[in-house]
Write a protein that binds this ligand. Structure first.
Ligand code: XIL
Length: 355
């Protein structure tokens, strides 16, 4: 059935191409337009999505779009602390291993997200009672057990996520309270000991709207480099709004690149309803505006040195899967695919931006 459908489409494109030719007069017949494209095959760097394991397993459309369009995947939630390590002596690998298996069967890169974060922590951690040595052991054991489990399967990790406030002040997280300011550096050392081949990233949001925050992040990473702390990349989430300016997007990408580290746009989505209007409806005009922002992000990223282009990952696949409506408390359509996994204008814009 699917085959017949595609043949009909291909034939109609062929006829369209021929008739176009004859209307412009003589010469060789232009080959039919390639209709069955795949995003990652058209991109000069890796293009990824974060994925939801339940959808991967139960929604065949979702699963096949992931397979077809992307060459990198990240677990949206399945590798977070609470998901992998629900109690002190229990690790739950099932969902994450499903993803690894999918990636191996389909030749996809897996980026790990995230070893240490101030939130998504299980209560056994937030309620943990112990001296600084016991906390250090908890941190080290988690990092090294997880990195060792996925050694050779996960090529890169967000080692620490969201460790700064928007003001540029280090976040007063439970980790910092228990372990002191330099715990971040030790997280990178522990991860590196467990898998010396893994690329280690510091991941955060807000580089595009807070110069103070990105300056603080870059200062920390430059300090790590100077001290020989094993850090290889900077992840910028890029949960951005359609109104975000060219200047801010460029400043974020170019300052990150100035570190010489690999740069990952790690959680890209572009929201259309930042003022959280209830009952707003999607229009094609909104999709076109959004596409222009996607294109600008990709074009700016494409201009940094190729050796620093780790890739661009969107935060999930289709609009109906996005975390944004829940987080924002209002409808939105932040991704390149719609709720039926049809390509929105943003899809072509991403490919265009990389040309
Ligand atoms: C979000 C997921 O998308 C949600 O499903 C979950 O409920 C909360 O976390 N920054 C991050 C991601 O680094 O891990 C977050 O993901 C989105 C913001």
């Amino acid at each position: 059935m699917k085959k017949i459908f595609f043949s009909i489409i291909a034939i109609s494109f062929f006829i369209a191409a021929c008739s176009k030719k004859s209307s412009t007069g003589g010469g060789a017949v232009t080959p039919p337009t390639v209709i069955d494209t795949s995003m990652y095959t058209m991109m000069p760097f890796a293009v990824g999505a974060s994925v939801n394991i339940n959808l991967m397993q139960n929604n065949t459309k979702y699963n096949s779009v992931v397979k077809k369009e992307y060459n990198s995947i990240t677990a949206e939630n399945a590798m977070k602390f609470g998901a992998l390590h629900p109690s002190a002596n229990t690790y739950n690998w099932t969902d994450a291993d499903y993803l690894i298996n999918f990636a191996q069967l389909n030749n996809k890169r897996v980026h790990g997200h995230t070893l240490i974060w101030y939130t998504s922590l299980p209560s056994w951690v937030t309620n943990f009672v112990g001296d600084s040595a016991a906390w250090e052991n908890l941190l080290k054991t988690h990092i090294q057990t997880v990195v060792t489990h996925f050694k050779g399967k996960v090529v890169s990790w967000d080692v620490v996520n969201e460790d700064f406030e928007d003001t540029g002040v280090p976040r007063n997280s439970i980790w910092r309270q228990k372990l002191g300011n330099d715990y971040v550096a030790r997280c990178f050392q522990y991860a590196n000991q467990a898998d010396p081949d893994a690329l280690l990233f510091y991941n955060d949001y807000g580089h595009e709207y807070s110069a103070a925050k990105r300056t603080a992040i870059i200062a920390m990473l430059n300090d790590f480099k100077a001290r020989g702390i094993p850090v290889h990349g900077i992840g910028m989430q890029f949960h951005i709004t359609v109104g975000q300016s060219d200047a801010n997007i460029s400043a974020a990408i170019n300052t990150a690149a100035s570190t010489g580290l690999k740069v990952h746009i790690s959680e890209l989505d572009i929201r259309l309803n930042a003022s959280a209007v209830q009952g707003l409806a999607y229009t094609n005009a909104m999709g076109v505006q959004q596409a222009a922002r996607y294109k600008y992000v990709v074009k700016t990223y494409k201009a940094i040195p190729a050796s620093q282009q780790f890739g661009i990952t969107t935060w999930n696949v289709g609009d109906a899967d996005s975390w944004i409506p829940g987080w924002q408390g209002a409808p939105d359509w932040p991704l390149p695919f719609d709720a039926n996994y049809l390509r929105k204008p943003a899809y072509a814009a991403i490919i265009d931006g990389a040309k």
